[in-house]
Design a protein around this ligand. Structure first.
Ligand code: GLC
Length: 427
């Protein structure tokens, strides 16, 4: 398959860690961003959230500060999600933040605030739209079981919807300064679904490339060969994803804190800080990124569970980001010890050993004997001595392979969520 020329991913594979934000009127329902579809809520009833949208505690500079302090280098905000509600003051629909009781565009101040913190800007744009009059009722639509609504499909013109999307994407790419990522979601071709013919993906893609050659785009437009990265969602791939020529591709895993993307008041399945860090580290060790999602509340705040986790991640990142930024997979011949992940920075020639479960006194690194010039704990720059067993310990006929580096650890796990050893490799 021919690869269609894409955007500039050089910064993306360096920065590694971003924040997704799902915010729309579903934050008021507070029970999943798909609530309209899941509960088959008709448009007029669903409108009650629009009529009550009033995020009086919205302070985007606070959001941006929390993202920066967590070590996130880019963010991706749902300019429009499946419900069709637009955060910016678009010319092409009335279903937008500026027409709610809040009465203002909420996207511009957000983009400005994140940029001011040095965070790159990504816009998520839903291909799905349950509010648009020309969007035909299909298998995921809230009105899928409603015969009368289905019967109106012949009067709906999906080509008009495709044009609407191009108009809006043009606004997004021209009114908000330089956009680094466009994140389209999603295609579901086949029976009673939608894909590239409905979205007119080719035209949409050409328009984007014309307006913003550098912008990077995910691969959910159902356009074979187009897309700058792939996005495994809610799972960690077991290895770096590959294209059909078996070459590794640029990728980003997307994860939630608790399961849903929009604010969900009653969800209890919140991941812990070490689990979240584990996903970031695991991703980088396979050459990938992590996009971690926050669902702000209807009043415009990150709820306390998100704030606690972001702070915990930030505490670790402050001391350990050197093992994340600019890093990727270790040279192929190196297999990490059990319960560990390697990341590697080519430029500095340093290898980072992340210890997910603290072992006892020694750790054995196969293939590294004689290759390391110096080793230290990353969080406090304390030396990690490279030495094996004492003679008296070898009495039980202990044999050790030649090509193993022994690292001598403290008995107690250092007081950080995931300890990292920085290995300075010899030239
Ligand atoms: C899933 C969710 C959707 C969310 C998306 C992010 O498809 O259903 O709501 O926006 O993931 O990739």
């Amino acid at each position: 398959m021919e690869k269609i020329p894409g955007g500039d991913t050089s910064w993306f594979v360096h920065d590694r860690f971003g924040m997704a934000i799902h915010w729309g009127t579903y934050a008021l329902a507070a029970r999943h961003e798909w609530v309209q579809s899941q509960e088959r809520i008709p448009t007029d009833k669903y409108r009650t959230y629009f009529d009550h949208f009033y995020p009086d505690l919205y302070e985007p500079r606070e959001w941006a500060r929390m993202a920066r302090e967590a070590g996130m280098k880019y963010f991706v905000i749902t300019a429009k999600h499946h419900e069709g509600f637009c955060l910016w003051d678009t010319k092409f629909t009335d279903y937008k933040a500026s027409n709610t009781p809040w009465g203002k565009d909420v996207l511009t101040p957000m983009v400005d605030a994140f940029r001011a913190e040095g965070i790159r800007v990504g816009l998520y744009y839903s291909l799905v739209d349950w509010n648009h009059a020309d969007f035909t009722v299909d298998r995921i639509h809230p009105m899928r079981d409603n015969k009368d609504e289905r019967a109106k499909n012949p009067q709906r013109d999906i080509r008009k919807y495709a044009e609407y999307m191009r108009n809006q994407v043009q606004e997004l790419l021209t009114q908000f300064g330089k956009i680094d990522i466009l994140w389209f979601d999603f295609s579901y071709p086949g029976e009673d679904g939608k894909g590239r013919d409905d979205w007119e993906s080719e035209q949409l893609y050409a328009l984007i490339r014309d307006l913003a050659p550098q912008v990077i785009i995910d691969s959910r437009l159902d356009l074979p060969g187009a897309g700058d990265f792939v996005a495994p969602e809610q799972f960690q791939p077991s290895e770096c994803p590959k294209n059909d020529k078996e070459e590794p591709v640029v990728w980003e895993a997307l994860h939630t804190f608790s399961g849903s993307w929009g604010y969900h008041r009653d969800e209890l399945t919140w991941k812990s800080v070490p689990q979240l860090l584990g996903m970031l580290i695991d991703g980088v060790s396979k050459g990938g990124n992590l996009l971690l999602n926050v669902g702000p509340t209807g009043r415009g705040e990150f709820d306390h569970r998100a704030q606690e986790r972001l702070a915990g991640i930030g505490a670790w990142m402050r001391q350990h980001s050197r093992s994340i930024y600019g890093c990727g997979a270790a040279p192929k011949e190196l297999t990490p010890p059990p319960d560990c992940r390697y990341t590697y920075n080519k430029e500095t020639n340093r290898l980072y050993l992340h210890i997910m479960a603290w072992p006892f006194v020694h750790i054995h690194c196969t293939g590294l004997a004689g290759r390391v010039e110096y080793a230290q704990m990353l969080h406090d720059a304390s030396e990690v001595q490279m030495k094996g067993l004492e003679n008296w310990q070898k009495q039980a006929a202990w044999k050790t392979s030649d090509n193993v580096l022994w690292l001598s650890l403290p008995v107690l796990k250092p007081n950080v969520d995931i300890p990292v050893i920085e290995l300075f490799l010899k030239k």
